[in-house]
Design a protein around this ligand. Structure first.
Ligand code: GLU
Length: 477
C-alpha cells in the first residue's frame, strides 16, 4: 500500500511551498487509495512552537487535505534516531569529529582564499585512538559525522525528474548527523539522519517533496544503504517562482496560507491553484476542478520539471469562478462573519441578506470584495469625489428632489421594479433632465460613489430597509 507523508517543521505558519507539497502528497495518496500521514518535525527546539503546529494543521484542514493517522511527533522518536547513530558508530560508518568551530571556520576561509568550494576536509575521519584520547583529555566536544565516500555514485529514478545521478564528492564531505556534545554522548540527531529513520520507521513508500531537497535525497540514499533500510521512491516537485522567475519568498508579499485567507481567497481556489502550480491537467479536463476530481486523474508524469511561476491573474480567475458558482445561501454563510467583523449590525431579514448576496455574487473576485461592496448597504457612506461632482451636474439635485416628492406622495416599498422605472422617468421629466442624469445622481446619493451593482435592485434593497429617502434627502439639503 502506498504511504506518503508531509513532514512540516513547526517553525512558522503553513508556508505556500509546504501547502503545495501537501497537495501533491494528498492527491497521490487518494489516487492510489493509500495513506497520507503527517510528521511534525519539531527537533529544532528553539524555533519550533506549538502554535505553529496548530496553524499548520488548521491550514491543511482549511484546504481540505485530510490526513489518515494521528500525526507523528518527531521529537518523540529520539531514541530510534540515537540508536541508528549508534549503529553507524558501531560499524565504523560514522565517527566523532573534534574539530572546533574556529578550526572549521579557518578551514573554510582557506578554501575560499584558494577559490575552492567549501567542504569539510574529513580531517578527523581516521584519528588514531591516541589522537582521540588527546582531544578528549582536552575536554573537547564532538559532532558525529557519517562517512561519505567521494567516489560514491548515487542514482535514483525520480518520479518527476527521471534518472538522477550524484557523486559523493559533491556532498560537502563527511556529513554531521549529530550535533556537538560531550565525547561520550550522542548529541541531538540532525535532519537527514532523522528523516531516513522516520520515513523507514513509518513505512513511507513515496517521499514527495520540493526540489530544494534533491541534495538531501542524495545524502539520505547513502544513509538508507548504510542502515540497510528499504528504499522509498522519490518525487521532487518543482519550486514555486515569482513573476520574475525567482524562488517565491517573503519579498513577494504572501508566503503563508494565512495571507491568502486574509486576502479573501477561498480554500477551493487555493487548493485548485496549488495543484496547477506544477501539474498540468490531462487533455479535455477543465482547469477549474475540485481536489477529488484532480485526485482521480493525478499522476507524476504530468508534473513539470521546470519551476512553476506564480500567476495572480489565474488565481484570481479561479477564485472568481468559484464565488460566481456559489449559491446566495453559501455566500451569506461565508460573508456573515466577515461583515460582523466590521461591526455592522445585521438585523435585516435573511431574505433581504440573501437578495444582497444574489446582487453582489456575480461581481466578486475576492471575498474581501464582498465586504467592500456590501459596505453602503450596511452603513451610510460618505460621498466620494465623483459622487459630489455628479450632484453638481445641472438638474441633478432637482431630479432627486422630484423623486422624493413623488415617493412621499405615494409611498413605495421597493418591490415593484416597473414602478421604480416609471418613478425615475417621471422625476427626470419633471426636472427636465435626461434619464442618465437621474440614474447617476441616484447612484451617487445611495452608494456615495458612481460604481456599483445593478441600480434598480440596489435602490429597492435600500428602500426595503428605509435607507433610500434619508440618503436622497441629505443630497438635496
Ligand atoms: N521538515 C522538512 C521541511 O519542512 C521536511 C522535508 C522532507 O520532506 O523531508 O522542509
Amino acid at each position: 500500500m502506498v504511504r506518503v507523508r508531509l513532514a512540516p517543521s513547526p517553525t512558522g505558519t503553513l508556508h505556500i511551498g509546504t501547502a503545495r507539497t501537501a497537495v501533491f502528497n494528498w492527491l497521490y495518496a487518494r489516487n492510489q487509495k493509500g495513506a497520507f500521514v503527517l510528521r511534525i518535525e519539531d527537533t529544532d527546539k528553539e524555533r519550533s512552537k506549538p502554535e505553529y503546529t496548530r496553524n499548520i494543521l488548521e491550514g491543511l484542514q482549511w484546504l481540505g487535505l485530510d490526513w489518515d493517522e494521528e500525526p507523528v511527533i518527531q521529537s518523540e522518536r529520539i531514541e530510534q534516531h540515537r540508536a541508528a547513530i549508534q549503529t553507524l558508530l558501531d560499524q565504523g560508518l560514522a565517527y566523532r569529529c573534534y574539530a572546533s568551530e574556529e578550526e572549521l571556520a579557518a578551514m573554510r576561509d582557506a578554501q575560499k582564499a584558494a577559490n575552492r568550494a567549501p567542504r569539510y576536509d574529513n580531517r578527523h575521519r581516521n584519528l588514531t585512538p591516541e589522537q582521540e584520547q588527546a582531544y578528549q583529555a582536552e575536554g573537547r566536544e564532538a559532532v558525529i559525522r557519517f562517512r561519505i565516500d567521494d567516489n560514491a555514485e548515487i542514482r535514483w529514478n525520480d518520479l518527476v525528474r527521471g534518472p538522477m545521478r550524484w557523486k559523493g564528492a559533491d556532498l560537502g564531505g563527511d556529513m554531521v548527523v549529530a550535533r556537538r556534545a560531550a565525547a561520550d554522548q550522542i548529541g541531538d540527531p540532525l535532519y537527514n539522519l532523522v528523516v531516513v529513520v522516520d520515513d523507514a520507521g513509518m513505512a513511507i513508500t513515496h517521499v514527495i517533496r520540493g526540489e530544494d531537497h534533491i541534495a538531501n535525497t542524495a545524502k539520505q540514499l547513502l544513509l538508507y544503504e548504510a542502515l540497510e533500510l528499504p528504499l522509498p521512491t522519490f518525487a521532487h516537485a518543482p519550486l514555486i517562482l515569482n513573476a520574475e522567475g525567482r524562488k517565491l519568498s517573503k519579498r513577494d508579499g504572501v508566503t503563508s496560507i494565512n495571507d491568502f485567507r486574509a486576502m479573501g481567497y477561498t480554500p477551493e481556489a487555493i487548493a485548485n491553484y496549488m495543484t496547477l502550480l506544477g501539474w498540468s491537467v490531462p487533455e479535455g479536463m477543465e482547469e477549474r476542478f475540485s481536489l477529488t476530481e484532480a485526485a482521480d486523474v493525478f499522476s507524476f508524469d504530468r508534473v513539470n520539471k521546470a519551476g512553476a511561476r506564480f500567476d495572480w491573474d489565474k488565481l484570481n480567475w479561479l477564485n472568481a469562478q468559484i464565488l460566481h458558482a456559489w449559491s446566495p445561501q453559501q455566500l451569506l454563510e461565508t460573508m456573515t462573519p466577515l461583515w460582523e467583523e466590521r461591526g455592522w449590525t445585521l438585523t435585516q431579514s435573511t431574505e433581504w441578506k440573501l437578495a444582497l448576496c444574489e446582487l453582489l455574487g456575480p461581481s466578486l473576485t475576492l471575498l474581501s470584495d464582498g465586504v467592500e461592496q456590501a459596505e453602503p448597504f450596511f452603513a451610510c457612506p460618505d460621498l466620494a469625489d465623483d459622487a459630489h461632482q455628479q450632484l453638481e451636474v445641472e438638474g441633478a439635485r432637482d431630479s432627486l428632489a422630484q423623486l422624493i416628492t413623488l415617493i412621499e406622495a405615494d409611498p413605495w416599498d421597493g418591490v415593484d421594479h416597473d414602478r421604480t422605472k416609471a418613478l425615475l422617468g417621471d422625476a427626470a421629466k419633471a426636472a427636465g433632465v435626461k434619464k442618465g442624469v437621474i440614474m447617476k445622481s441616484l447612484r451617487a446619493a445611495l452608494l456615495g460613489r458612481l460604481q456599483g451593482p445593478d441600480l434598480i435592485t440596489t435602490w429597492s434593497l435600500l428602500a426595503k430597509i428605509g435607507e433610500d429617502l434619508p440618503r436622497l434627502r441629505r443630497c438635496i439639503s
